[in-house]
Ligand binder design. Structure first.
Ligand code: ZN
Length: 107
């Protein structure tokens, strides 16, 4: 038996958590995993310099991100990396990328 409030486990026969005074359940109900974040690709690039810039911009903005794939600095083989951020951070990330693009365009 498990308390839904504090998560403490009790032996069979106890039906109420003495601490929380809530009814115990046989198992904790399935809860959505808070750690799970859906990632979306905000940029694809084969340019390692741009990739590094974007990573540093996202990091300084406190946006959790990761790079899928590798940009290989290889003369014969250029990889494409995807920069992904959590869906919650997507608008902010896109705004930062837009600023980066505008900044580059204006020199
Ligand atoms: Zn409890």
């Amino acid at each position: 038996m498990v308390c839904t409030e504090c998560g403490a486990e009790y032996i069979e026969g106890i039906h109420v958590c003495p601490d929380c005074r809530v009814p115990l359940v046989p198992e904790l109900p399935e809860t959505p995993q808070p750690e799970y974040v859906e990632y979306v690709t905000v940029m694809k690039t084969g340019n390692p310099i741009l990739l590094a810039m974007v990573k540093s911009i996202l990091a300084s903005a406190g946006i959790r991100h990761f790079v899928k794939g590798e940009v290989l600095q290889d003369l014969f083989r250029v990889g494409t990396a995807e920069i992904q951020v959590g869906r919650d951070d997507e608008p902010e990330a896109r705004r930062l990328l837009l600023e980066l693009a505008i900044g580059n365009g204006e020199g």
